[in-house]
Structure formats: C-alpha cells, structure tokens
Design a protein around this ligand. Structure first.
Ligand code: GLU
Length: 359
C-alpha cells in the first residue's frame, strides 16, 4: 500500500474529560513518520476537535447548543493542529489542515479540487489533516461523521488503504472475538454491529462499517484497529497483530458513479412507475419524464437525487438535468412535449444513465 488514509477517532485522542492525550498524538505521528520515511504517502482524518475543546474550556459534558459545540470545535481544532504540527515538525514534516463540509462533496468541481490540494500538500512534505468544518456545519450541511469522510477522501485520492483507528480491537463476532478478515460485507456482518457510540465522537461501529463498505468497492483495503494499542498502524502495514481487515473488491463503478452513489447527498426524490423502474434496473436506460409519478423536495438542475419506486424503495441515484420546479411541470409527460411545456428543452432525459448509479 503506497497511499494510505488513517482515520483517528475522538476516543483514541482524548480521555473521557476531553483532554487531548499528547502521548497518543506523539505516538501516532511517530508511526506516520515511519511510513513517510519509507516512501509512503499518508493522509490523516482526525476527529477530536470538539472533544479536546471541551477539556480546554473545562466543560464536563458535551453541550447541546450548536453555537457552543461550534465554539468548542474552533478552540479544539486549533489546539489539535498545534499538537500535530509540533510532533510532525520534530520528524521533518508539517501538517496541512483541510476542513470540509458536505457542500464540498456535493459540488463535483469543489470535490475534485480537494484532490489537487492534497496532491500539492503531499509534494510539500505535509500531511493533509482533514476534519469536518464543525464551526460552520449545521445539521443540514453536515457530512455526518469522520468515518464517512475518511472513506470519501480515500476514494477521492485513490488511496490503496484506509486504516480506521478506534478504541475497539476491530469488528467483534457474536462471542466477542475480533473478526480477522471480512471478504464480503454481508447481512451477517451487519448483524455484528453493536450500536455503541463513543461519548464525545459521533461514530460507532455502524458508521465504520458503512465507510468500509463503500471503500472496499473502490478497491481500497480497509482496516479497523485499536488506536490505543502500541504500533497499531505499523502492525497493520506489516500484517501482524489484532485488527479486522476488510478485503477490497474489484472496482465495478467509475469514480463519478461512486461519487453520485455515496459522496453527494441526495436533495430530493423522484418517484417512478413500474415501467420506468424496469427500464432503469433491467434495461439500463436513462430516466425520461414519462415515468416520473411524483417529485419530492426542492432541488436544482445538477443536484443529486434519489430515484424510488412507488413503495418508497430507493432503486438508483443520479444527477438530474431538471430542477424540481421544472419536473413538477413535465412529470408524466412525453419527451417530445418538454419544449412546449417549458418553452425550452435542454435534455431529452431527466437523468442520463451515465449520471446514474443503480443501488
Ligand atoms: N468533527 C468532529 C470533531 O472533530 C468529530 C466527528 C466524528 O467523530 O465523527 O470533534
């Protein structure tokens, strides 16, 4: 594995009171430096902004108010970067901070631009350190969790490996032992997920599994291990020690389709009739206005939307050529009537098959 994304959770970086553990950061940086010295490229997705902010201002529990959380994130993020930088510079490297929101992933241009920045950072011997921009992210614009961000970033930069460091030893089976290797993330594997959430972070095994599920489909080897254990990263690279390895799959979809299916967040739903469902799912046709029964949500042309059947089951996702307002007028109508109804016709298809991924 040449290019590796490491994700480290709040629980690994801070104690329960939210004090950033310098020793943990120093040790993580030491391991990263070993990889860098060996010619590998490393990107870090680091949580812990809110967690360490809590400790710095002396709060006992995570507050509920959004502005308090955002203030803690701002304080904690600065401290986090200062700490990473201190230890990275001692090893001859530097930290490059990248803060993202869901909007950066929804807009394909912005999304691809992140990659160029990351490539440039790596060329400058900097470790890109990525986190959600918690200080401006409100619920509607949030990526959600850093597990998801780590898999999106791993896919975006065509990483070979994704290492998720948590406070558990890996995915545990029904008897509590670590599952060593997962070849396919089946229903059985999903059933092993405990809905445990760490107190200060926002993840849990479910979000880690979802991240791995996406990343393995992008051809990325994924690992979940205990970041509190000595040399976890190095051991994973060497193939020794205890952790779960999720084997990568052959890549089925191109990068754009993977982004449509997982990177962008759908802004609305197009409900289609049985005929359209069949045309998409079985005959791999584009979506035409005639098959659309109803339109939910408000969105513009170029936004990502869900395509669902009349039973509310999601069958595909795609980038729509028409806005929700336009679709309200042309739904159920023939393609040849689009021009008459709207006064213009930019596209025959509502969603072209090339801009659609079947789920
Ligand atoms: N962005 C959050 C933080 O830095 C963490 C989110 C997560 O753990 O998934 O505090």
């Amino acid at each position: 594995m040449k290019r590796i994304v490491i994700k480290v959770g709040t629980g690994v970086l801070t104690d329960k009171g939210g004090v950033l553990d310098d020793g943990v950061v120093r040790d993580l940086v030491r391991q990263i430096a070993v990889l860098l010295d060996g010619g590998r490229e490393v990107l870090l997705v680091s949580s812990g902004a809110i967690g360490s902010g809590l400790g710095l201002v002396g709060m006992k529990r995570k507050p509920n108010g959004l502005s308090d959380l955002q203030a803690l994130a701002a304080i904690g993020q600065a401290h986090l970067m200062e700490t990473y930088n201190k230890f990275l510079s001692a090893k001859g490297y530097r930290a490059g901070q990248i803060l993202v929101t869901q909007a950066d992933f929804d807009d394909r241009k912005r999304y691809l631009n992140i990659r160029y920045t990351i490539d440039a950072l790596i060329a400058h011997k900097a470790v890109p350190i990525i986190n959600e921009n918690d200080t401006v992210s409100t619920e509607e614009i949030k990526c959600g969790d850093n597990d998801r961000i780590s898999s999106l970033v791993a896919d975006l930069v065509s990483a070979d490996g994704l290492i998720i460091l948590s406070t558990v030893d890996g995915l545990l089976d029904a008897s509590g032992s670590v599952v060593k290797t997962v070849h396919a993330i089946s229903a059985d594997i999903h059933s092993l997920v405990l809905r445990s959430r760490s107190e200060l972070g926002s993840g849990g095994m479910a979000t880690k599994l979802a991240a791995c599920e996406f990343a393995v489909k992008s051809g990325i080897e994924c690992f979940i291990g205990n970041g509190k254990r000595e040399d976890m990263v190095i051991n994973i690279i060497k193939g020794q020690g205890v952790y779960t390895h999720f084997k990568s799959h052959a890549v089925r979809y191109n990068a754009k389709k993977r982004w449509i299916g997982f990177g962008s967040k759908p802004k609305g739903t197009l409900v289609v009739d049985a005929g359209a469902r069949l045309a998409l799912a079985e005959r791999h046709k584009s979506l035409l206005p005639a098959g659309i029964v109803s339109v939910k949500g408000t969105f513009g042309a170029g936004d990502s939307v869900t395509i669902a059947d009349t039973h509310n089951r999601e069958i595909a996702r795609g980038i729509t050529n028409y806005s929700s307002q336009e679709l309200e007028k042309i739904k159920g109508k023939k393609t040849k009537d689009i021009g008459n109804i709207l006064g213009y016709k930019d596209y025959d298809e509502v969603i072209h098959i090339d801009n659609m991924i079947l789920l």
